[in-house]
Design a protein around this ligand. Structure first.
Ligand SMILES: Cc1cc2nc3c(=O)[nH]c(=O)nc-3n(C[C@H](O)[C@H](O)[C@H](O)COP(=O)(O)OP(=O)(O)OC[C@H]3O[C@@H](n4cnc5c(N)ncnc54)[C@H](O)[C@@H]3O)c2cc1C
Length: 456
C-alpha cells in the first residue's frame, strides 16, 4: 500500500494545468481536499457573492473528480490544524498545493510547512509573483515596465493535461457541502447569478471558447458596456477554474487586437506583483498623504454610500453599474472605473468603503485586483496620482454608448430616448431619484479636499 498525498485546494479549483495535482498524482494515491477556513483570513473572509460561487465550483469539482475515480474531501477549520489532523488520520506525509499571493495564505503556507512536508507549485499567474524584476533585481512598481519585462518571459509553458489520479486505500470522512450553507436562502438573492454564470472548470472552458471567437475584436468593444465585448473570465480566473496559461494559449493567435487582451492578463499579474510587495495594500493608502484626505463621514455620508450601493444616485450610468453588480455579482470594467471615481470623488467617501462593498458583492472579488484598482481610482496607489482626474459620468455614458446598458439595468428609464437617457433632467420619471449631487459641486468639493490634503 502506498502512502497517500494530500492536494490542498484553495483558489485553484481545476484538474487540467494544475501542477499540484500533476505532481501529487505522479507520486502516489491522492486525497484532494478543500478546507473552508474563515479563521485564517480574519476580516478578509470570503464575501457573500464569492461564497455562492464557491459552492457551485466545489460541487462541479467534486463531480469532475468522481468521473476520474477520485473524490473531493471537504473539511472546515484553521488550515494548518485541519491539514495536520487529516494527515495523521490518513497516514499522508506530503501536501501539495499552489502558491497563493494573499498575505494570509502566505502566512498559512509557512505555518503548514512547519508541521507537514508542504510542496508548493506555481500555476495561478503567468509568472510567479515576485519573480519579474528590474535590471537591478528589484520588483516593479509601475505597470508598463512590469509588462515589458513580463513579456520577455512569455509565452507561458503549454498547459498540462488533467492528470490520472489513483484513489487511496480508504477515503477520509468529508463534510457535506450543503452543511456549509454557502448559498443564500432568506432571501435567495442569487437568481441573477444563476442566470449569468456556470461556475466550474466546464463553465470556464465554455466561456473561453466563446471568447476565443470574439477575441480579435477585443480592443474596439471592451469599453462598451452595452455589448459583451470582454471575456467575462474574471471569476473563473479568480477561482482558478482556468489557468492564465490556458487562456493565453487559447487566444494568443486570434489576431486582430488580441494583444490588448493579453495586456489585461498582464494587469492581473501586475496586481499580484503589487500585493506581493505591499501585503497591506487593501488596508492602507500607499501614498501616505492620502491618510490625511478629509473623507466625508457621519450620517449624510452613510446615506450617500447606501444610495451608491443600491444604485440610486440619480446618475444613470452609475446606477446601472451598481444594479448590475447587485444582480449578477459582476460589473463591466469601464463602469467599475466610473462608479469608483464617483464614490471617491463626487461623494468624497474613502476608497476602502468601496473596496469592501466590492469584496462582498463581486463574484470575482480578488484581494490583489480589487485593492490595486481601487487605489488606482483614488490616486493613492503606487502609480500616478489620478485623484484630480475626475471622471464626469454624464460625459462617459454617451461616449461609451451606454444607452442599452442603462435600459437593461435601470428599467424605469427604459422609455427615454438615446439623447436623454444618460441625463434625464426634467424628463426624470417618477420614482427615479434626483442627482445626489451636481457634478460641478462634487468636483469642486473633491478638489478642495485634495488641496487640503496637500496643505497638511
Ligand atoms: C474599482 C475596480 C475594482 C476591481 N476589482 C476587481 C476584482 O476584485 N477582481 C477582478 O478580477 N477584477 C477587478 N477589477 C478589474 C476588472 O474590472 C475586471 O477584471 C474585469 O472587468 C473582468 O471582466 P472580464 O473578465 O470580462 O475582463 P477582460 O477584459 O476580458 O480581461 C481578461 C482578464 O484580465 C484581468 N483584468 C482585466 N482588467 C484588469 C484590471 N484592470 N486589473 C487587473 N486585472 C484585470 C481579469 O482577470 C480579466 O478576467 C476591478 C476594476 C476596478 C476599476
Amino acid at each position: 500500500m502506498t502512502t497517500p498525498i494530500i492536494v490542498w485546494l484553495r483558489r485553484d479549483l481545476r484538474l487540467a494545468d494544475q501542477p499540484a495535482f500533476r505532481a501529487a498524482g505522479a507520486r502516489g494515491p491522492v486525497i484532494p481536499v478543500y478546507l473552508l477556513d474563515d479563521e485564517t483570513p480574519k476580516h478578509r473572509k470570503m464575501g457573500a457573492a464569492s461564497r455562492w460561487w464557491l459552492h457551485h465550483s466545489l460541487a462541479n469539482l467534486a463531480a469532475d473528480l468522481e468521473q476520474v475515480g477520485s473524490r473531493l474531501i471537504l473539511r472546515r477549520g484553521k488550515c494548518d490544524e485541519v491539514l495536520a489532523a487529516l494527515a495523521a488520520e490518513s497516514g499522508a506525509r506530503e501536501v501539495h498545493g499552489l502558491h497563493h499571493v494573499e498575505p494570509w495564505w502566505r502566512n498559512a503556507e509557512r505555518a503548514v510547512g512547519k508541521v507537514l512536508d508542504l510542496m508548493l507549485h506555481h500555476g495561478l499567474y503567468l509568472a510567479p509573483p515576485g519573480s519579474v524584476l528590474t535590471g537591478g533585481g528589484t520588483p516593479f512598481k509601475i505597470y508598463t515596465p512590469f509588462w515589458r519585462a513580463l513579456q520577455e518571459r512569455l509565452p507561458p509553458a503549454p498547459p498540462l493535461p488533467a492528470p490520472k489520479l489513483t484513489a487511496p486505500a480508504s477515503w477520509p470522512a468529508s463534510d457535506r457541502l450543503e452543511d456549509w450553507h454557502l448559498l443564500p436562502t432568506r432571501p435567495d438573492w442569487a437568481g441573477g447569478m444563476r442566470a449569468e454564470w456556470t461556475p466550474g472548470e466546464g463553465g470556464a472552458a465554455e466561456r473561453l471558447e466563446t471568447f476565443t471567437r470574439r477575441a480579435a475584436r477585443y480592443a474596439e468593444r471592451r469599453n462598451l458596456p452595452s455589448m459583451i465585448g470582454t471575456s467575462r473570465l474574471s471569476p473563473h480566473l479568480h477561482f482558478g477554474e482556468v489557468s492564465p496559461a490556458q487562456v493565453w494559449h487559447a487566444v494568443a493567435n486570434a489576431g486582430g487586437s488580441v494583444t490588448t487582451f493579453l495586456g489585461e492578463l498582464g494587469w492581473r499579474d501586475y496586481a499580484a506583483n503589487v500585493i506581493h510587495q505591499f501585503p497591506d495594500y487593501a488596508a492602507r493608502s500607499y501614498k501616505e498623504e492620502f491618510e490625511h484626505l478629509p473623507w466625508r463621514t457621519g450620517p449624510e455620508a452613510e446615506a450617500d454610500l447606501m444610495a451608491w450601493q443600491q444604485g440610486r444616485t440619480g446618475y444613470p450610468i452609475v446606477d446601472a453599474g451598481m444594479r448590475e453588480l447587485w444582480a449578477t455579482g459582476w460589473m463591466h470594467n469601464r463602469v467599475r472605473m466610473i462608479v469608483a471615481s464617483f464614490l471617491i470623488k463626487h461623494l468624497l467617501i474613502d476608497w476602502r468603503r468601496g473596496e469592501e462593498w466590492f469584496w462582498d458583492t463581486l463574484v470575482d472579488a480578488d484581494h490583489a485586483q480589487n485593492a490595486v484598482n481601487w487605489q488606482w481610482s483614488a490616486g493613492s496607489g503606487v502609480d500616478a496620482n489620478m485623484f484630480v482626474r475626475i471622471m464626469a459620468p454624464l460625459t462617459q455614458s454617451p461616449k461609451f454608448d451606454a444607452a442599452g446598458y442603462i435600459r437593461q439595468w435601470v428599467p424605469e428609464l427604459a422609455r427615454l430616448g438615446d439623447a436623454e437617457i444618460h441625463d434625464p433632467g426634467l424628463l426624470r420619471p417618477r420614482g427615479y431619484p434626483a442627482k445626489i449631487i451636481e457634478h460641478v459641486v462634487g468636483r469642486a468639493r473633491a478638489l478642495a479636499a485634495h488641496a487640503a490634503m496637500k496643505a497638511v
